[in-house]
Design a protein around this ligand. Structure first.
Ligand code: ADP
Ligand code: ASP
Ligand code: MG
Length: 418
């Protein structure tokens, strides 16, 4: 029997009516002759609420109990989806992560898949079950504890099942009808893409476009899963939405194909750090150990000796998510107290965001950076930090200019036109 994976995100299962709407889409595929694995998210807002409860109970929470609590949202929607399908005469059964089992590492709140044995679900399909509804976002560790995969992780659950079960396609149903040139909530000029290359989607996702979790794109790329993003609120067929695919399946491509943003960034500067071998390692190793996700890093080359410092000194600036600033500060202060690093001051700016342009065409075209910087300059937006890779350019700017910057860049690279 051909098999499809269909994933429904939070807004698509936000209440009983929406679950019914999603179930109808599943039933249609069953009528077309597919066995279906449905992956569900928690009802929208639920995971945030659960996270809030954990933090209110225990600010420095035990990650194992965090996972036990936040995974529960998906258990509810999985059971409700199976019941809804049964009410529609579709033979369906729900599965929590540990029942499959979805074996993961024991990195709580950011676990990774180890394997997904097919036996239990295949046995049920063989007995006539048509739909396996699996709770997204969760798994079980080697120690037998519940794990979660990081926010947005149900996308990754879906792709992992598509790979494990050799699904014909992995359809991600969400509240937009595909992947756009930028978040359609930021500009109405955003244009839906029929296809997007894995590499570009990977960059957009990791730079903040939350339409797909980064890890899900990585897995789809590695296991050659046909991955599609489409609307759960519209009538859809096999041509709907956006297909995430190999670069050579795409005929026309621009130099820049997307603009992404990440709103909650912070910039930390260590002022007058000694400029000597080993200083970067002394700063960033303890940050990494403490789980601070350092993103952009800038170190100035110091050409000058300062009177009050015997050797040459430099400033070291890095960015990290806003909610990790307290941890980063603590780690730096501890390192200073322990004498492994020395600096005069630690300056934190929590009012910044990151805006990025992405395109595989950048590999072979010069001038993208200049065009980007000119467009931001025309809006009088100051760039604080810049970082580049083969197919993206990112800048850190004041958060209050985020929407303006996204819109300006969308215009500058003429993304509205196909
Ligand atoms: P779900 O709950 O279905 O997983 P998410 O909220 O995680 O949905 O992801 C969908 C959202 O991603 C959209 O509502 C949209 O605001 C946002 N988004 C950001 N960038 C893009 C983009 N380039 N294309 C489409 N949607 C985007
Ligand atoms: N419910 C989880 C979250 O909100 C996982 C997901 O929806 O993908 O992050
Ligand atoms: Mg999501």
């Amino acid at each position: 029997m051909p098999l499809l994976v269909m994933k429904f995100g939070g807004t698509s299962v936000a209440d009983l009516d929406r679950i019914k709407n999603a179930a109808m889409k599943v039933k249609r595929e069953v009528e077309r002759g597919y066995d279906v694995i449905v992956i569900v998210s928690a009802m929208s807002g639920k995971t945030n609420e659960l996270v809030g409860w954990v933090e209110a109970t225990s600010p420095l929470f035990d990650a194992r109990e965090y996972d036990a609590v936040v995974a529960s949202g998906e258990n509810v929607t999985a059971g409700l989806m199976a019941l809804t399908l049964q009410e529609m005469d579709v033979p369906a059964r729900s599965w929590q992560g540990w029942q499959v089992p979805i074996n993961t590492t024991s990195q709580h709140s950011s676990a990774r898949f180890v394997d997904i044995p097919r036996k239990n679900i295949d046995t049920k399909f063989a007995e006539g079950m048509k739909v396996a509804v699996v709770a997204g976002f969760q798994g079980v560790s080697p120690e037998g504890r519940i794990t979660t995969l990081g926010r947005g992780g149900s996308d990754t659950t879906a792709v992992a099942f598509a790979a494990a079960f050799g699904a014909e396609r992995c359809d991600i149903y969400t509240d937009v009808d595909g992947v756009y040139t930028t978040d359609p909530r930021i500009t109405s000029k955003a244009r839906k893409l029929d296809k997007i290359a894995f590499e570009e989607m990977l960059e957009l996702a990791s730079l903040g476009a939350k339409v797909l979790q980064t890890r899900s794109v990585e897995l789809a790329m590695r296991y050659k899963v046909r991955l599609r993003v489409l609307s759960s609120f519209e009538d859809t067929d096999e041509n709907s939405g956006t297909l995430v695919c190999d670069e050579d399946e795409i005929m026309e491509s621009k130099v820049v194909n997307g603009v992404a943003y990440s709103r909650e960034e912070a910039k930390i500067t260590l002022v007058t750090v000694e400029d000597k071998p080993g200083i970067s390692a002394a700063i960033f190793a303890p940050l990494a150990e403490a789980g601070v996700n350092v993103d952009m890093i800038v170190q100035n080359i110091s050409e000058k000796d300062y009177d009050d410092h015997p050797g040459s000194v430099t400033d070291m600036t890095f960015s990290c998510p806003v909610n990790q600033v307290a941890r980063a500060r603590k780690v730096m202060e501890e390192a200073r107290a322990a004498g492994t690093i020395a600096y005069d001051d630690l300056v934190v700016d929590t009012e910044v965001c990151k805006v990025s342009v992405v395109g595989i065409g950048m590999r072979s075209h010069a001038g993208v950076a200049a065009r980007m910087f000119k467009s931001l300059a025309d809006e009088n937006i100051n760039i604080k930090v810049i970082s580049t890779s083969e197919i993206k350019i990112s800048v850190l700017i004041d958060r209050k200019y985020m929407e303006l910057a996204v819109q300006a860049l969308h215009d500058a690279f003429e993304l509205e036109q196909a």
